[in-house]
Design a protein around this ligand. Structure first.
Ligand SMILES: [Zn+2]
Length: 408
């Protein structure tokens, strides 16, 4: 007999959690350890306990609900933090679908030999110290510098944000000292792209997740008077950056189609109307589903920037601040998901994930897999983010079936 989740109950949970952290400017702002997040954590723990699960939390604030069994646990989860003015489906859907699956398992006393755990990982969105603080702690991949100083975030130090919570920098580092044994990890997530929606397919089975590099870079030239320095004598740092932004995009589009490069943030110094920019600081991120291409892109973009700097009388400096490797989802997980889709009569599409997810970090520890459901119009990280309950029902039923297979 095929077991089914209760979509009414799951949708009520998603709506309830989506009321915590509503931003007056629209959408939901619930970064980890904010007041809204602390409220959401209490709410989630109460739901897990209500479902009869054993609730625990580690020093990094990762929250677990467990149904006992023997041996290594099969885990399911995602995150409940959001970006500023994000939506109510990114992350929360995966955690609450996991909770709903475990609720059905307990209610119907479905057989499982291994323990089942639902987990909400801290700060997947990286508003504190760079992406994936919680899952990096859980898999033993934290370093003190990352936690204390943060790598991609410019803002108050973590220790300050943690004041008024039960967590400290030390408790987070402590949480990262183990590498627990996990049988498998599954994550249901909205696609955040438009492929499933465009093709009208309710479920996506992710076969690989892109890796990325984050660099902070600068072109350095010389400040000079905008009214008196002839164009040919300028060492204009901004023109170096402009040249690089265009050429790098053309290069990736023609040489590594499918991989991506983005200049996301730019600061010019001194940043004045009448002064030729002396320095252009910028963030450079690039992504690829292939580790080999990622390494090639790193070399090629560096050579290109240095070449542009030479031509324009500038210097160029660049530093990696974060890196994740591409992940291929193991055949064992793909096979189970495909077979269960067939049994459920659910049409599916196999597709890659361009966005990073906790599953990528978990894959360093265990077999990890992902189920996508369509994002209407591909919209995410926005108050307009949405999903269709009918798609979620199909995705969550698949999640339940796969969990039971893995925990049999
Ligand atoms: Zn997410």
């Amino acid at each position: 007999m095929v077991q089914r989740i209760n979509i009414d109950r799951l949708s009520r949970d998603i709506e309830a959690l989506g009321r915590l952290g509503t931003d007056p400017a629209g959408g939901i702002s619930r970064p980890s350890f904010s007041r809204a997040d602390l409220e959401a954590r209490s709410w989630l723990k109460a739901r897990l306990a209500e479902a009869g699960l054993a609730v625990r939390q580690d020093g990094a604030g990762n929250i677990f609900g467990r149904a006992e069994g023997r041996g290594k646990p099969v885990m399911v989860g995602s995150h409940i933090d959001t970006v500023i003015r994000g939506g109510k489906f990114d992350g929360a859907t995966g955690v609450l679908a996991g909770l709903e699956c475990l609720r059905v398992v307990r209610e119907s006393d479905l057989p499982h030999s291994r323990p089942l755990e639902v987990v909400a990982f801290t700060d997947e969105e990286g508003s504190l110290t760079g992406d994936f603080l919680g899952s990096r702690a859980f898999t033993g991949q934290l370093n003190r510098e990352l936690v204390e100083r943060g790598l991609t975030h410019v803002g108050p130090p973590l220790a300050e944000i943690l004041k008024g919570t039960e967590f400290t920098v030390e408790s987070i580092l402590e949480a990262g000292r183990n590498r627990p044994e996990v049988e498998a990890y599954l994550e249901l997530h909205i696609e955040q792209g438009s492929q499933l929606d465009e093709e009208g397919i309710p479920v996506g089975i992710v076969d690989r997740i892109s890796g990325k590099r984050y660099r902070v870079c600068s072109f350095i030239g010389k400040a000079s008077h905008a009214g008196t320095t002839p164009l040919e004598l300028r060492q204009d740092a901004f023109l170096g950056l402009a040249d690089f932004a265009l050429k790098s995009t053309q290069h990736i589009a023609t040489q590594h189609y499918g991989s991506l490069v983005t200049v996301g943030k730019v600061t010019l110094h001194p940043g004045v109307f009448s002064i030729v920019p002396a320095q252009a600081d910028f963030t450079l991120e690039f992504r690829s589903a292939s580790g080999e291409i990622l390494r090639a892109m790193d070399k090629e973009l560096l050579a290109m920037a240095e070449d542009i700097a030479r031509t324009r009388g500038l210097s160029y400096v660049s530093k990696v601040i974060d890196a994740t490797e591409p992940v291929a989802i193991p055949a064992r997980i793909l096979d189970i998901l495909k077979e269960e889709c067939q049994k459920l009569g659910t049409p599916y599409l196999t597709l890659p994930s361009g966005a990073g997810h906790d599953a990528q970090i978990l894959s360093t520890l265990t077999d990890a897999g992902m189920i996508f459901i369509p994002s209407p119009d591909g919209i995410s990280h926005s108050p307009e983010e949405s999903l269709r309950w009918a798609d979620l029902e199909k995705g969550a039923n698949l999640l339940l079936a796969a969990l039971l297979r893995l925990a049999a």
